[in-house]
Design a binder for this molecule. Structure first.
Ligand code: LLP
Length: 451
């Protein structure tokens, strides 16, 4: 698929790198024209480690984890922040989440396995997935996974049976589809009625299924869960979802005489992908959700549940950037200017998949204004392979190091080996030091499983 036609009237914004606002990682600075993150020169780092390269600002990651944890605890002591590891998972970020007192949301057996490899307490792991396999369920239950979020009645039966065989009672949540339409891309919208996820509220189905859940042996209904979507800017969507969920808790208590002790409102807080984006802050999100839950509970006479949220993107996206080297320049007059980099849809599929928009800057010209409109094309055999489409950039030359901001979520996590491309290394930077936390793949890694 080709790229959408360029808007040839688009003007460069002449911003320098430090004028890119909330897309920048917290410690970004420019010294002598070079971009530094965590006190490390991105141009030197690219030379040392090669490109494409994922770089995370460790201080930024820690600050976001702490802000989430502290703002929820301050407003709502009986709460936990569950890091949605699907956004970015490797062993080091799992260790970091554990040290910072977060719980972990894993989607399926692979992410669960990573959590166990680093000794993340299984009791603080929440397992998701709309079709967890019997093997994934068995491994998680026997390891003592804290909560399994069930997605269907079929799965209820499966978990009940496996827990019975293992002689345990498994704590579960029911995932509810609350029918709230969040304002985001349709592919990542999940809370609306046409969804493969969860128990629908249509025809009161979810409410009726509670009877089955309460009757099932070897499981305990510990809570309810919902996730209305991702990259959400309008905080009122979370308030609406909270109201639907607390209302359901009240009805369950009235009809079944069963108190729901925990409420998990999922993730979804939006982040800045462009310099003009003004997402809500973590503190505002905490204020909105905790107030909504408290008010609805007071109104309906429901006792306050333990509250959980599952942020992914808003914890990691702006802490991460991707570095590339410019290898080819090609200007098609009256069409667009292509700047080809040494990565692409294999390390960032989001542009091709969701028409995601990213801000780029040249790390070795970081103090210069972005005077051109360019498309950063990838190196893959596909016309739609681009990381950045028609965005301002400093004047590009061969060999320049381009930094694409806001790539910390769902880029490494969704990376592939398309065209046999080894996946990039992941480097954490802090206090002038860079450490490789995931090494670059080799060709032997990519083809080593082949017989
Ligand atoms: N909880 C559940 C049950 C989820 O399904 C998700 C994301 C989250 C939490 C975290 O949501 P966040 O805070 O990151 O918005 N690949 C897409 C995003 C898919 C999100 C899937 N679920 C993207 O690149 O935009």
């Amino acid at each position: 698929m080709a790229l959408p036609a360029s808007d040839l009237t688009k003007q460069p914004d002449n911003r320098t790198t430090m004028e890119l606002g909330a897309v920048l990682p917290r410690t970004a600075e420019v010294n002598d024209g070079h971009l530094f993150i965590g006190g490390v020169d991105m141009v030197e780092l690219a030379r040392e480690q090669g490109t494409a390269l994922y770089v995370y600002d460790e201080e930024d990651l820690l600050a976001r984890m702490r802000t989430y944890r502290d703002s929820f605890h301050a407003l709502y002591p009986n709460s936990d922040v569950v890091y949605a590891s699907k956004a970015f998972l490797n062993k080091e970020v799992a260790r970091m989440a554990q040290r910072e007192g977060l719980c972990l949301d894993v989607s399926g057996g692979g992410e669960f396995a990573c959590s166990q490899m680093v000794g993340f307490p299984a009791s603080r792991v929440f397992m998701h997935g709309n079709n967890k396999t019997p093997r994934e369920l068995r491994e998680a239950i026997s390891a003592g996974v804290g909560r399994i979020i069930i997605d269907s009645r079929i799965e209820l039966g499966r978990i009940s049976e496996i827990a019975g065989e293992l002689g345990v009672v498994q704590d579960i949540y029911m995932r509810i589809t609350p029918g709230v339409e969040a304002d985001t891309h349709e592919y990542i919208r999940t809370g609306c009625e046409d969804s493969k996820f969860g128990f629908t509220m249509n025809d009161d189905f979810a409410f009726r299924c509670v009877a089955d859940v309460l009757a099932a042996p070897n499981v305990r209904l510990a809570g309810l869960h919902c996730h209305i979507g991702s990259q959400i800017f309008a905080l009122h969507s979370f308030k609406e979802a909270a109201a639907v969920m607390v209302n359901l808790m009240a009805r369950i208590e009235a009809a079944y005489g069963y108190r729901i002790e925990e409420l998990d409102l999922g993730g979804g807080l939006g982040i800045a992908y462009t310099a003009d984006d003004k997402p809500s802050t973590i503190e505002q999100f905490a204020e909105m959700t905790t107030t909504a839950v408290k008010e609805c509970c007071a109104e309906l006479g429901v006792s306050l549940p333990r509250l959980l949220v599952e942020p992914g993107r808003s914890l990691v996206a702006n802490a991460g950037v991707t570095l590339y080297t410019i290898g080819i320049l090609k200007t098609l007059p009256g069409i667009r200017k292509y700047v080809a980099v040494d990565g692409g849809m294999s390390d960032n599929i989001r542009t091709a998949l969701y028409h995601a928009v990213y801000e780029p800057a040249i790390a070795n010209k970081a103090d210069q204004p972005r005077t051109e409109i360019v498309t950063l094309a990838g190196k893959h055999c596909e016309s739609g392979d681009a990381v950045v489409v028609d965005m301002p950039l400093q004047h590009p030359d061969l060999g320049d190091i381009v930094c694409v901001f806001g790539t910390g979520a769902y880029c490494y996590a969704m990376a592939s080996n398309y065209n046999g491309q080894p996946r990039p290394a992941v480097v954490f930077v802090r206090d002038g030091q860079a450490r490789v936390v995931t090494r670059r793949e080799t060709y032997a890694d990519v083809f080593g499983r082949d017989i």
